[in-house]
Design a protein around this ligand. Sequence first.
Ligand code: 5CA
Length: 425
Amino acid sequence: MRLSQYLLPVLKENPKEAEITSHRLMLRAGMVRQVSSGIYSWLPLGLKVLRKIERIVREEMELAGAVELLMPTMQPAELWKESGRGDYGKETLRAVDRHGRELIYGPTNEEVITDIFRKNVKSYKNLPLNLFHTQWKFRDEIRPRFGVMRGREFLMKDAYSFDLDEAAAKASYVRMFRAYLRIFKRLGVRAIPFSADTGLIGGNLSHEFQILAKTGESAIYYDRALEDAIDGGEGDVDRLRKFYAMADEKHDPANCNVPADQLVSARGIEVGHIFYLGTKYSDAMGAKIKTAEGKDIAAHMGCYGIGVSRLVGAVIEASHDEKGIIWPENVAPFAVGLVNIKAGDAECRSACETIYATLRQKGVDVLYDDRDESAGTKLASMELIGLPAVIAIGPRGLKDGTAEVTFRDTGTKETMKLHTVANLF
Ligand code: 5CA
């Protein structure tokens, strides 16, 4: 992509409305713009990251045996009356259609998925079944803040499992738990699982995955050894659950036997939340399954959410410095930046064009700053938007046929022969 043909409105100054780093950097790097309180447009650079996170989540869901579908954003209010959970109260955004029917902009999808299930799945032979989608949700949050971290409109991946009995449902739950650990690892964030309340969603077993953030909304307490267990990526859920990890009022110093110097006490932000629902929705909505013995029973359900748009902010919270964002390779909007240090210099331009063409031919996603701007402005923008590597081509290096490659995470610089640069990527 040529920057001259792109939309990347970077800001030099810190926007006043942004209270936290990720919000500040997302605005400065031209990733999002607020349209209305808690409602954002995703500009091209932000959308690329959002899609990459969505793709990693999708891949891991599919590896864990879940199947993708797509449910709408608008839901008939009757379905919510049937499930009997009430609604999201003031958080629910309602609309009335031309026939006077009440619609809800979905804050979550248990009702719609249970409706699909009861109408289309009848036999034990179709179980276990896990269906997921990634769709925009709306919750009229009382205090939308921190940019995409607590939006009113936000993108969530939500998966729903259906099983014949509690034991099978718990196996589905554990499979999702493991998939979540893998997802966060691939995204370069360390999310700690906490046993959680089921709140408005319901059920009696639940975990939330929290990443550390100074401005996080929960107070979290956990055994530091849990970090190694998670980083080790062993995915042994039973072992992980033995470590002390409690959020908010669940933390009870009297019942916490972790030595003080090993107890992490911090703030966290929830990036994922999973629930074993039992038969709450299937009973209420008549989602029955015929067993091998011909009996009709209510399916045991689980639901599994990940805040896809929130994760864009969460990854930035976990990975930045004073110059800007440092994208983990897996979610970087472009693999590499290419900067012409001397705009207007024919030789620099021609060397850049050659490397640009070579990289594109190799299928490398490159952002080429071909604008008529100063070297300083261009390099600072590249640091701000956090691409993993930047190739700079200027007249001095060109004399010896070299370019300079800078790696964003370590700040290391390498001088390389022009014809070898493309081999790095
Ligand atoms: N039905 C279940 C899971 S499928 C559910 O709705 N769970 S939830 O309420 O915990 O939301 C799932 C995830 O969505 C949360 O862990 C969080 O990462 C994200 N999320 C929730 N509210 C917001 C919000 N206002 N802004 C951004 N992300 C949010």
